[in-house]
Design a protein around this ligand. Structure first.
Ligand code: SAH
Length: 312
């Protein structure tokens, strides 16, 4: 090749190659395809840079100003996870980058709302405990109306849309109105918030399963052993009755409990105790919603668990 003055690509030994082909990839974006072609001294480095760029382009929030007009509206019920933006899925990012309207909750990764293109309209329907600024049927109507007006609507929800999140109702409302609807699962606080406090909700030898309930549920029929983890959402104000109920229905009063406030955020705070002590502890520490209550032996795996403190 050298004698004939030809470029030579040698895939088995890059040092003897006189030419390299770029690592290429086509990324589909709402504004059309972007072609990547990366060359670097080391072809493997080129491949890894290409992969990284492709990932960034696929998940970056891109300005919506150049979006092509859509033929018809759509709704995506997107699970946003418990609050940390890093727990959004790639699909969530992609849909957020293509939306015209984002209908946002109080919980979930709200920091992303500041980074949406200015052309995206944010409708805040955030609920606070005991105060429901936008009733559910109105939220359903907003989704349907916006889609009917031809807009792409992301309904950004905390956690997973289908875990105590009324995602099913919103989906059915869209379907009944003939609106195209997609549901994107999210990282549920029921699992992720205990994990953020170092609590695996199942663990060999400690817990074989778990139940997710709200603080308003009757808990009598549930398994009562310490080896069955109970995860209570929306359970802060009802904590005294929940714990009393559990003891009355056969749970050991010494069963470990953790209450994790604002989990997966920089303000996360963990309060530990037992079924008999946790309600008082939570009150003394001014525990507030949103918080996840975890009941069961797995709580002892949290770095915040200290037996002497928990048993006082
Ligand atoms: N669909 C959501 C749950 C909605 S119910 C999900 O899958 O996570 C709202 C309850 O979720 C709150 O009252 C609280 O119990 C819990 N929650 C949600 N995000 C939380 C967070 N970051 N920290 C603690 N609890 C949270």
């Amino acid at each position: 090749c050298s004698a004939r003055r030809l470029w030579c690509i040698n895939a088995t030994d890059r040092r003897t190659a006189t030419a390299h082909v770029p690592a290429r990839h086509r990324v589909q974006t709402p504004d059309g395809p972007i072609d990547l072609a990366v060359t670097a001294g080391d072809p493997r480095r080129a491949v890894s840079i290409r992969n990284r760029l492709a990932e960034v382009l696929a998940t970056e929030i891109v300005p919506a100003t150049t979006h092509r007009p859509r033929q018809s509206g759509w709704v995506a019920l997107v699970g946003g996870g418990p609050g940390d933006e890093g727990l959004l899925t790639q699909r969530a990012y992609h849909l957020l980058s293509t939306a015209d309207v984002v209908v946002a909750d109080r919980l979930g990764p709200r920091s992303i709302l500041d980074r949406l293109p200015q052309t995206v309209r944010v409708i805040d329907v955030g609920k606070t405990p005991g105060h429901h600024p936008v009733p559910q049927h109105e939220i359903n109507q907003i989704l349907v109306d916006e889609a009917a007006a031809g807009h792409g609507v992301v309904r950004l929800k905390g956690g997973d849309p289908y875990v105590l999140g009324r995602g099913g109702e919103e989906r059915l409302a869209c379907e009944r109105a003939g609106v195209e609807v997609e549901v994107v699962p999210g990282v549920t606080s029921a699992v992720a918030v205990p994990a953020a406090a170092g609590i695996p909700i199942t663990h060999r030898g400690l817990s074989r399963g778990f139940t997710v309930v709200t603080g308003h549920d009757q808990l009598g029929a549930l398994p009562s052993g310490d080896d069955h983890t109970l995860v209570v959402l929306m359970g802060v104000t009802t904590l005294p009755t929940t714990t009393a109920d559990l003891i009355m229905n056969g749970r050991d009063a010494r069963c470990p409990v953790a209450v994790i406030e604002r989990g997966c955020t920089p303000e996360q705070r963990v309060t530990v105790g037992t079924l008999s002590t946790i309600a008082d502890r939570a009150r003394d520490r001014g525990v507030e919603s949103p918080a996840v209550v975890v009941v069961g032996a797995v709580v002892t795996l949290s770095p915040d668990w200290t037996i002497p403190a928990a048993h006082t």
